[in-house]
Design a protein around this ligand. Structure first.
Ligand code: NDP
Ligand code: MG
Length: 398
């Protein structure tokens, strides 16, 4: 069996760490080619030593110096590359077969797109890349023979519930016979609270997800359910499904990861523990099933599985996501960029939790006043992204 050489974009994050965990269980199948980090450079050095990575990518020359000072191994130091351009080039290197796109936010888009353009197997965790540039990204996958495997647990579940003959696919039309995609959502830490009760919520409270352990940004997104909104947009692109055929249901136990409903009334679901190593192992091993280090699912212990309808009043960010998707790509870019700004401000104590949705709303209203544009290149997407971030600053303080 040929061993796959893996590049992990964002190896120091929650998905990156879980990916290294799964890879380490299969030294005969996988080796690490490259790793990247943004701020946790000492951690990157430890990871590079443990995985014997050939290349690391860091954001600045200062970070490169720091990496060198953190290198305590007798083994040869990996090649150190610097900057966003080097990151995109590394994702396309001939020496790598599989790229795990696990950078958070639109910052991950250029390198993820570069991997798709180079025809790699792309394991996509970085949902913001699809939200901002869905049509561009899917076209790059199709045109360059890349294999796209969704890592987001809901989309990984849906992929598992669709027919695919052991081949990854990037469809241009909904799969025949499918009526609806049903995305499950835990409802986050504030599921039982009313929106008005949440004004004084702290970052610690918002990040205390009941079922999943994740990076801070996605944890806040899960609390506001903007995460589910981003996932609706993600599902729209991944499965070529119109928004009205994507349904969201709250399922507090996070055991059913999502479902596909077929025309004959059959509903196929994927179940498992809330552990990201399952979808990561699925993407790495596909079409084989490989050990992920995840224990048995004890349904008797789970006891019951509940489902409820999300309330748009309680989760205004979810409604705003459906609105953005119905307007089009520019609105989705705006929603995502404004949300990144708002969540960062909330995490830094500069914005109230309940103001996150106001910032998104103001941004979408502002965007609606712009002349219509098309987004045919990465530059087009990143230009609007930058414009939104510039504009959103004013909404953060108003
Ligand atoms: P984390 O915040 O834990 O990790 C993010 C990673 O991206 C880190 O390695 C970080 O580097 C790096 N990074 C941050 N900013 C930049 C930047 N500007 N340029 C380059 N690299 C950067 O996030 P998660 O692992 O939780 O999430 C990663 C992606 O996966 C997100 O898009 C998220 O929505 C998605 N996802 C995550 C899930 C989860 O369970 N965590 C589940 C489903 C999807 P450093 O740490 O060194 O600063
Ligand atoms: Mg998810």
């Amino acid at each position: 069996m040929k061993s796959s050489r893996i590049t992990i974009l964002g190896s120091t994050g929650s998905i990156g760490i879980n990916t290294i965990d799964v890879i380490a269980r299969h030294p005969d199948r996988f080796s690490v080619y490259a790793l990247s980090a943004h701020s946790r450079i000492a951690q990157l050095a430890v990871q590079a030593q443990e995985t014997n990575a050939k290349v690391v990518v860091v954001p600045t020359d200062h970070a490169a110096q720091l990496f060198k000072s953190c290198w305590h191994s007798k083994n040869a130091m990996p090649e150190i590359r610097v900057g966003a351009r080097a990151l995109a080039q590394t994702a396309a290197d001939r020496e790598t077969d599989v790229v795990m796109a696990a950078i958070v936010g639109a910052a991950g888009l250029p390198a993820a797109l570069s991997a798709a353009q180079a025809g790699k197997r792309v394991l996509l965790a970085n949902k913001e890349a699809l939200v901002a540039a869905g049509s561009l990204f899917m076209a790059a996958v199709r045109d360059n023979g890349a294999e796209l495997l969704p890592i987001d647990s809901e989309h990984n579940a849906i992929f598992q519930c669709l027919p695919h003959d052991g081949r990854a696919f990037a469809p241009t039309a909904p799969t025949a016979g499918v009526r609806r995609l049903i995305l499950t959502a835990s409802g986050g830490p504030f599921r039982t609270k009313r929106w008005e009760e949440l004004h004084h919520v702290t970052p610690e409270q918002a990040c205390a997800h009941p079922n999943w352990s994740m990076g801070k940004k996605i944890s806040v997104d899960s609390a506001t359910m903007l995460n589910k909104g981003l996932e609706v947009i993600e599902a729209h692109w991944l499965f070529a499904m119109p928004p009205e055929r994507i349904n969201v249901v709250i399922h507090p136990q996070s055991v059913v990861h999502s479902m596909v409903e077929y025309e004959d009334g059959s509903v196929i679901a994927q179940l498992g523990q809330p552990d990201m190593r399952t979808p990561i192992a699925y993407g790495l091993g596909f079409p084989d099933r490989i050990d992920a280090g995840v224990g048995l699912l004890d349904l008797a212990l789970a006891g019951r599985l509940d489902f409820e309808q999300p309330d748009f009043k309680q989760f205004p960010c979810l409604k705003l996501s459906f609105d953005a998707l119905s307007v089009g790509q520019g609105a989705c870019i705006a929603l995502n960029a404004a949300n990144e700004m708002a969540v960062e401000a909330f995490l830094e104590g500069r914005l109230a939790y309940t103001a996150i949705s106001s910032v998104l709303e103001s941004t979408l209203t502002w965007h609606a006043g712009l002349p219509t544009r098309t987004y045919q290149s990465l530059d087009d997407v990143m230009a609007l992204d930058a414009e939104v971030r510039h504009q959103a600053v004013t909404f953060l303080t108003s």
